[in-house]
Design a binder for this molecule. Structure first.
Ligand SMILES: O=c1nc2n(C[C@H](O)[C@H](O)[C@H](O)CO)c3cc(O)ccc3cc-2c(=O)[nH]1
Ligand SMILES: C[C@H]1O[C@@H](n2cnc3c(N)ncnc32)[C@H](O)[C@@H]1O
Ligand code: SF4
Length: 375
């Protein structure tokens, strides 16, 4: 594994040097993850698109008053879940705006009508319903979480996630991507990762590249994730996600990272992080699958046969079969996985509680949806 000094020095490395490093990264992946990449067949449920933050790159968020601002009803959620189940999905990714009730009366009213006072309460209830009424496993991506939030969500979700994005405090200054976003203050994101570790939650995180950060700040963000994983052993995967510029946002004219930047960052992540951490890059935000595989990724993340990627709705998911053939062209297999990685299922007492523990124990015994039955 690289030291911080070595990682920082890579900023100056030539394309030829990166070619050699890419071979090393791919070798680390082959040793620890084998020659089969994974993906999770999932549905995406944007429980609410109202959010107390205003990230400069986000088109998901809608201000109350806009005709598109909403909180999904339980029936709407369950309709997506059941349709996903019919199509063979095994994961429900709840991805939502952060604590809109703390900023907007309209969000408080919408929640009150549903019988809740916070979005996390409503989220926990919907996770519980998903477990009671379907075979899918909830994975929640609700941003920063308090100790109580995690305690509430752990018994009803297989795993949780929150992109660290970046640890740089520069990005919260006026004119930067995270200006006036209380949930993007680095220490808040780091505390969420820490709390998840303390409470034993299999956790997905990652970095968002191209939002104004520099190479050293990427290195420090990955090192932060690695330190937390050393302490708690709970980081199941790290997503390296590339910023996409969206019309109508504050960052509409901000340059997007190119493929070379993405590849260099994937190589950095693979050589810097503990090799037991899965490295994922989304296949719908660039189309050069082979370049990512060569850079050492072992996972394509969630792919949906049903729902849009609501965060990047203009980027269609590849068909699973076309991803399989592109992956095969590079000499790798493609296999479905669950929202929680197999390693964590070996330590149920630490990582699972309540109804989700019972469901995962059932899967391990072979009733319900065994991984072997995955497509
Ligand atoms: O479809 C998506 N899936 C996203 N995922 C889901 C991911 O692809 C996997 O499906 C899950 O992490 C299950 O392992 C996230 C999960 C997180 O915990 C945090 C952030 C993301 C980001 C995305 C995303 O932008 N689009
Ligand atoms: C779920 C994750 O999606 C990411 N996200 C939000 N907006 C964009 C965008 N324009 N481009 C790429 N990623 C984005 C954020 O990092 C969030 O945490
Ligand atoms: S990226 Fe997440 S936190 Fe930021 S505005 Fe969008 S929904 Fe809110």
């Amino acid at each position: 594994m690289l030291t911080r000094t070595q990682a920082l020095a890579l900023e100056q490395a030539s394309d030829a040097e990166f070619k050699t490093l890419g071979l090393q990264a791919a070798a680390v992946r082959d040793t620890h993850w084998g020659r089969t990449l994974t993906y999770s067949r999932k549905v995406f449920v944007p429980l609410t698109n109202m959010c107390r933050d205003d990230c400069g790159y986000c088109t998901f968020v809608q201000k109350p008053g806009s005709p598109n601002a909403r909180v999904m009803t339980p029936d709407e959620v369950m309709a997506v879940v059941h349709e996903g189940e019919r199509l063979g999905c095994k994961e429900v990714l709840f991805s939502l705006g952060e604590k809109p009730e703390l900023r907007y009366p309209q969000a408080r009213e919408a929640l009150a009508q549903l019988g809740h006072s916070s979005m996390v309460d409503y989220l926990a209830q919907m996770c519980e319903r998903v477990l009671e009424e379907s075979s899918l496993l909830p994975h929640v991506n609700a941003g920063t979480l308090s100790d109580e939030d995690i305690h509430k969500l752990k018994p009803v979700s297989a795993s949780m996630g929150m992109m660290l994005e970046n640890v740089s405090r520069r990005l919260i200054q006026r004119g930067e991507a995270h200006y006036a976003c209380p949930d993007k203050v680095p220490v808040q994101r780091i505390r969420t990762l820490e709390r998840a570790g303390e409470q034993g939650v299999p956790f997905t995180t990652g970095i968002l590249i191209g939002i104004g950060e520099n190479w050293a700040e990427r290195v420090d963000s990955l090192i932060t994730i690695n330190h937390l994983h050393r302490r708690y052993g709970h980081i199941q995967e790290v997503i390296v996600q590339n910023f996409r510029a969206k019309p109508g946002t504050a960052m509409a004219n901000h340059p997007e990272p190119d493929l070379n930047d993405m590849v260099r960052t994937l190589v950095l992540a693979r050589l810097l992080l503990d090799p037991s951490i899965s490295i994922q890059a989304p296949p719908n935000l660039q189309q050069r699958f082979g370049a990512y595989i060569a850079a050492g990724i072992n996972d394509w993340g969630g792919i949906s046969p049903l729902t849009l990627d609501h965060i990047n709705p203009e980027r269609a998911w590849p068909q699973i079969e076309s991803l399989r053939s592109a992956t095969a062209d590079c000499g790798y297999g493609l296999q479905e996985r669950l929202a929680v990685y197999p390693h964590y299922q070996q330590y149920p007492d630490r990582f699972f509680a309540g109804p989700i523990a019972a469901r995962l124990a059932g899967i391990a015994r072979g009733d319900g949806l065994a991984l072997a039955q995955c497509h």
